[in-house]
Every structure is written in structure tokens, then in C-alpha cells.
Design a protein around this ligand. Structure first.
Ligand SMILES: CC(C)(COP(=O)(O)OP(=O)(O)OC[C@H]1O[C@@H](n2cnc3c(N)ncnc32)[C@H](O)[C@@H]1OP(=O)(O)O)[C@@H](O)C(=O)NCCC(=O)NCCS
Length: 293
């Protein structure tokens, strides 16, 4: 669907095309988003254009903001994830963020979620369109060698196709397009973690320099808390073969958080999980990508 919406205050919101990559990168950089797998990276925005919806807000032909959503469809239906919403700081507070969101989320009844930044405009905006703030998502970073591998676990390199099959079997959600995109990133590696030979978690690590880390890990739904925590620790410990520094985003209530902090890992930032329903993600289980969940 292609839409153009004229908003008050001279702003126009329309669907983005591949021709907007440069303008989107300019807005992203003005908003402090730089580097690989951000709005400044054509590979990331190209993935959203192919598999999600990207819109831009412009003023007299000049892009001043952009936003993107991606549907995550599983057994329980589709959830719309707001991946990005950025307005050029020089244009904040004139309605651009709300206009972009109105275009991306016209249906207020549908399940929706995002990881909100702590920017003072973000939480009130998302609250006003029906989302609630549920829990913090911690950006944790540290040395994989400091993580003690839990007993009985083995982690082996795999393929995005195999990882996607495990995830679809466990959760009913097909993330194969995202798994392939993550695996194509710098240092991208698909991994399967098994306890006593039985695969119980699968995901992908990727990223450049300080941005390298575990991007997304799915796990078997029946595992108890202790194993959910251990699966994350096992995968992070295994990343020592790739880098001496890694990151992962975890819900604050996730069972892996306390052992990671005890191992000297540090929280470098946090977002807030905001959603129309708390159960759209499981805070004790999920290891989500902050952009794509
Ligand atoms: C969050 C962001 C996208 C909102 O865009 P914006 O154009 O600044 O916001 P809008 O002008 O549409 O206002 C949206 C809401 O923010 C709040 N807001 C706006 N200006 C405000 C101000 N000066 N003081 C406090 N709150 C304000 C209001 O709740 C407003 O809703 P309203 O329609 O009732 O006035 C934008 O500020 C931004 O890019 N921030 C930095 C990047 C970021 O953190 N993005 C969120 C990623 S999850």
C-alpha cells in the first residue's frame, strides 16, 4: 500500500522507497544513530523496506523524520513491532513523531509493541496510542571469557535456515527473513545451544566492533527458568571464539541478568518494553533484537 498523508504544520508523511535511503541516513545520524544496523545503514533500512513498512515525514521536500514497522506473525496472530521512529532533533515537538506513528499504526485495536527510548517525547507518545510501559530492556556488555559455561551445554555453529526451523517449531513464528539478514551482517553466525545433546535454544550473533553480540535467541517453551538463563550464558560464553567483547539485550527480569552482572558485565543503556499487552513478549524467556524483537 502506498499512502501520502498531509498533516498540519506543512508536514507530509509518505511511504519510503529505496531512493530515500540517503535522506533516512541523514535523519538517523542527526538523531545520533550511526554505524552498522542502524537507520544510517542501507542494509538495515533495505531489510525493513523489503519485509516491513517504512515511512518518511518531509517538510517542503526535505525529510525530517522516518519510522518503520515489521509484522511478527505467529500462532497467536500478527503483532506489529515499531522498529524505528526518529525525527531530526531540530524538528522535535512539531508533530512529526505523532504523524509518522498515525501512518504506521492506523488501527488502534491491533497488538503493537516497541522498545521505547527514554527520550522525554517517546513514552508519552506511545502511551497516548494505547501502549503501556512494562519492563526495562537492558543493554548488557562484557567479556565472553568472564562468563562461566554452564555444565552440560554445548553450542555449535549452525545455519539461519536451521535456526529458523527450531524457532518456528518452538514458537510458531517464522523469523527466517530476519535470521538470514542477521547472519549476513559482519561477524554473523547462527548458533544452536543444546543441553545433554538436546537443542533447546537457537539464534544469531552479529555486529561490528563494540556492536558485536547476541542479536536474538529463541528457546524451547518448556524449559524452566534455570535452563533459560543457562542457554543465554552458554551462547555468550561461546562467543569468546569470535570476540573479546560482546553485548546482549535482556529484559531486566530475565534469569541470565544476575549471573551476567556477577560476571562483571555492565548495563550500558536501557529501553522500555512498551506494548498493548504484556504477554506479547515473555520477560523471563525472550532475548530480543531491540530493532526487530
Ligand atoms: C520520540 C520522537 C520520535 C517524537 O517525535 P516528535 O516529533 O518530537 O514528537 P511530536 O511533536 O509528534 O510529539 C509527540 C508527543 O511527544 C510529547 N512532546 C512533544 N513535545 C514535547 C515537549 N516539548 N515536552 C514534553 N513532551 C513533549 C507529547 O506527548 C507529544 O504529543 P502531543 O501530540 O500530545 O503534543 C522524537 O522526539 C525523537 O526522534 N526522539 C529521539 C529519538 C528517539 O528516542 N526515538 C524513539 C525511539 S523508540
Amino acid at each position: 500500500m502506498t499512502a501520502t498523508r498531509t498533516c498540519g504544520r506543512g508536514l507530509i508523511v509518505r511511504d519510503a522507497t529505496i531512493g530515500d535511503l540517503e535522506a533516512i541516513a541523514r535523519v538517523a545520524e542527526a538523531a545520533g544513530q550511526r554505524g552498522e544496523w542502524t537507520g544510517a545503514d542501507p542494509a538495515y533500512v533495505g531489510h525493513l523496506l523489503r519485509h516491513g513498512r517504512v515511512v518518511v515525514a518531509s517538510d517542503e521536500g526535505r525529510a525530517i523524520g522516518f519510522g518503520a514497522t515489521r509484522d511478527i506473525a505467529g500462532r497467536g496472530g500478527a503483532t506489529s513491532m515499531l522498529c524505528d521512529l526518529f525525527v531530526d532533533p531540530a524538528q522535535h515537538g512539531r508533530g512529526g513523531g505523532r504523524a509518522l506513528l498515525a501512518e504506521l499504526w492506523p488501527d488502534q485495536g491491533a497488538p503493537r509493541m516497541t522498545f521505547s527510548s527514554r527520550h522525554t517525547h517517546a513514552l508519552p507518545l506511545y502511551t497516548s496510542v494505547g501502549l503501556h510501559a512494562w519492563w526495562p530492556l537492558l543493554y548488557l556488555a562484557g567479556d565472553p571469557r568472564a562468563v562461566r559455561p554452564p555444565a552440560g551445554w554445548t553450542v555449535t555453529p549452525s545455519s539461519p535456515a536451521a535456526v529458523s526451523r527450531f524457532e518456528a517449531g518452538w514458537t510458531g513464528v517464522d523469523r527466517s527473513a530476519d535470521q538470514h539478514a542477521w547472519a549476513r551482517r559482519p561477524n554473523g553466525v547462527a548458533l544452536v545451544a543444546a543441553l545433554d545433546g538436546q537443542p533447546l535454544a537457537a539464534g544469531t550473533a552479529a555486529g561490528e566492533g563494540d556492536g558485536f553480540g547476541l542479536e536474538h535467541l529463541a528457546s524451547a517453551p518448556e524449559i524452566p527458568d534455570a535452563q533459560a538463563g543457562d542457554s543465554v550464558l552458554a551462547v555468550l560464553a561461546a562467543l569468546e571464539s569470535v570476540a573479546d567483547h560482546a553485548r546482549v539485550c535482556l529484559p531486566a527480569p530475565h534469569p541470565a541478568v544476575r549471573p551476567l552482572l556477577a560476571a562483571g558485565w555492565r548495563a550500558t543503556d536501557l529501553d522500555l518494553f512498551m506494548a498493548t499487552r504484556v504477554d506479547l513478549l515473555d520477560a523471563r524467556r525472550c532475548v530480543p533484537s531491540p530493532a526487530l524483537a
